[in-house]
Design a binder for this molecule. Structure first.
Ligand code: APR
Length: 252
């Protein structure tokens, strides 16, 4: 039986699917991932541009990368892979999307329960007085200052994204771990599974004996646990599987 049919048959019987996504799911929306060739870390050294103590030392570097990335995020639209996950939720089959992404595309596609392991680019905080800002307000402040500072105390403003050597949101991680333990199927889409602790989360399937589907352009460390691995573009592969749920189409 071909891989698409195997994946569709697994999904057919499920009602508590949890998806785990990475930057690869947003590449077809025009947002580069991090580690593929041409990815973000080829152009910006994460130790200088996306690490917490480096942010405190050279905030202008982070904001230079942020300017380039936010251009792409603001013009990006959810692609068929994001939309297919929202469809699976509307069919009462998927309960949770756990994402490492900060691009808000799952929410814009219609997914209602999205656990953001690496925070969000939609809000920001002053690192001194903790005043909260929304993205639009920060962009307004940045019209006159490359490095935005707090309007109350002049402290450094930082988007609520998790930088390297920053503690990720423990409550979100715990909620994601519980969701994965209760899942009757896990689908991993577009992640190299190379950044911990996020990358450790999906391995709960191995001892919970949960069926696993992986859709990724390259092999991952979880492939040998998976029931189905389909290598290629998520925006092409995933919708084809979901369409198969609604009809008995033959896969060529
Ligand atoms: N369809 C499916 N998979 C894709 C596609 C696509 N169109 N394009 C790329 N991929 C795959 C790549 O082969 C790669 O394995 O998506 C994966 C993306 O891996 P990374 O770039 O490492 O992104 P991610 O796994 O999300 O990184 C995790 O690392 O730098 C941190 O905070 C950052 O959240 C990020 C974390």
């Amino acid at each position: 039986m071909n891989l698409y049919k195997q994946a569709a048959d697994l999904i057919k019987k499920k009602s508590n699917i949890v998806a785990f996504t990475g930057a690869g799911i947003s590449v077809e929306s025009g947002i580069p991932d991090f580690r593929s060739s041409g990815g973000l870390w080829e152009r910006f050294d994460p130790n200088e541009y996306a690490e917490y103590s480096a942010f405190l030392k050279w905030p202008e570097k982070f904001w230079t990368m942020h300017s380039e990335l936010s251009e792409m995020v603001l013009t990006a639209e959810p692609n068929p892979a994001h939309l297919a996950l929202a469809t699976l939720e509307s069919m009462g089959k998927l309960t949770t999307v756990i994402t490492q992404n900060i691009d808000f595309l799952h929410q814009r596609a219609g997914s209602s329960r999205v656990l953001e392991l690496h925070g969000t680019g939609e809000t920001a905080s002053c690192l001194s007085c903790e005043k909260q800002y929304d993205r639009v307000t920060v962009e307004k402040i940045r019209e006159t200052a490359h490095v935005p500072r707090c309007t109350v105390c002049d402290g450094l403003i930082k988007p609520n994204v998790v930088l390297f050597s920053e503690l990720p949101p423990v409550d979100v991680f715990e909620e994601a771990r519980r969701a994965l333990l209760k899942a009757d199927l896990v689908i991993i889409i577009g992640s190299s599974l190379s950044v911990y602790p996020a990358a450790a989360l999906p391995s709960v399937v191995s001892f919970a004996n949960t069926p696993l589907i992986i859709i990724n352009e390259e092999p991952t460390s979880m492939d040998n646990y998976a029931n189905v691995v389909i290598q290629g573009k998520a925006g092409e592969i995933f919708p084809r599987i979901i369409n198969a749920l609604n009809e008995n189409s033959n896969f060529n």
